[in-house]
Design a protein around this ligand. Structure first.
Ligand SMILES: C[S@@+](CC[C@H](N)C(=O)[O-])C[C@H]1O[C@@H](n2cnc3c(N)ncnc32)[C@H](O)[C@@H]1O
Length: 294
């Protein structure tokens, strides 16, 4: 745990979320004394920029807001721009003028609209965040709020009432019977039947920022999505080294040079097929493997 953050002296709306600062302390602590470059989208009165300036004592701090923001910054380390978060030409300019080598940290506390957040995320993440850098999306729970332009109240998925789901408890009872457990061939058949009856899809809320965050999970799964044996090539590693989702904050760490190499090495190593009990099932990846041309 590094330096603590006390947001109270600053004119920022973040103090209402103490948990945010505990996460920031944990993830930013090792950078506090370094010459980092930070960009915040959505800065309101600019208080959060002053907070970051004082936390990162050698940092360069940039901020963008649709409204004009005037700050009195004697250090000259804060740079404020007026414009839209989805204006990619502006994002390029801010990087050019304040962080020629790229940003170490980018925080999006801006429109909280999924579409705009997605535009700035992919533009900044791909082009202007350093390898190993951290991108934070704040207040992603707005996607559950009726009052936000693209939010919607959460509706819990209803009970599963399909024929499959009603049949499964009976099969599950059979699976555990000693007469089945003792006989490998029968056991394989019963397991195969049970596996055929499992639910394949889990319905889920996907509005606004919540929907966008769930798309980010797909990027985290890119190694499997594009795997030559069971995915859709061309193979590529995920751009993320990890994604951490917690109340109100998503942290996305950009894969560094070294983690990229590790992923490539892991992919070239032979991987064991996933074995599913049951006589009718071949190993999962074999089922989807493309036939080699003669
Ligand atoms: C939640 S406030 C930011 C609070 C600030 N980060 C803090 O900690 O005090 C959101 C800000 O985003 C700005 N904003 C909303 N939509 C925007 C957009 N599309 N582009 C740029 N700024 C936007 C608003 O003007 C507002 O100041």
């Amino acid at each position: 745990m590094g330096k603590t953050i006390n947001p109270l002296p600053y004119n920022t709306d973040k103090p209402s979320f103490d948990v945010y600062f505990r996460n920031y302390e944990r993830l930013f602590g090792s950078l506090a004394g370094k010459k980092i470059h930070l960009l915040e989208l959505g800065i309101s009165q600019g208080g959060s920029l002053e907070l970051w300036r004082d936390y990162f004592q050698h940092g360069t701090i940039a901020g963008i807001d649709i409204s004009p923001v005037h700050l009195d910054d004697p250090t000259g380390r804060i740079h404020v721009y007026q414009g839209l978060q989805q204006d990619t030409a502006l994002l390029d300019r801010v990087r050019r003028e304040t962080a020629p080598e790229g940003f170490d940290i980018i925080i999006d506390d801006c429109s909280h609209i999924g579409e705009f957040t997605a535009v700035s995320f992919w533009h900044l993440f791909d082009r202007h965040l350093k390898p190993g850098g951290l991108y934070v999306i704040e207040d992603w729970g707005t996607g559950y709020m009726r009052g936000t332009p693209d939010g919607k109240a959460y509706v819990p998925p209803g009970p599963v009432t399909s024929f499959r789901s009603r049949l499964r408890p009976f099969v599950e009872k059979v699976v555990a019977r000693p007469s089945v457990v003792r006989r490998p061939s029968l056991k394989r058949v019963v397991h195969a039947v049970m596996n055929r009856l499992v639910r394949m899809r889990f319905r889920s809320h996907m509005y606004g920022l919540v929907g966008f965050v769930k798309q980010l999970v797909d990027e985290a799964g890119m190694d499997d999505i594009t795997h030559p044996a069971w995915g859709t090539p061309p193979a590529r590693a995920s751009k993320f080294s990890y994604i951490q989702v917690s109340h109100g904050q998503v942290f996305i760490a950009k894969a560094g040079e070294s983690s990229g190499r590790a992923v490539t090495a892991a992919r070239s190593a032979p991987r064991k097929p996933v074995r599913v009990p049951g006589p009718a099932r071949r190993p999962m990846h074999a089922k989807f493997r493309r036939k080699k041309r003669a």
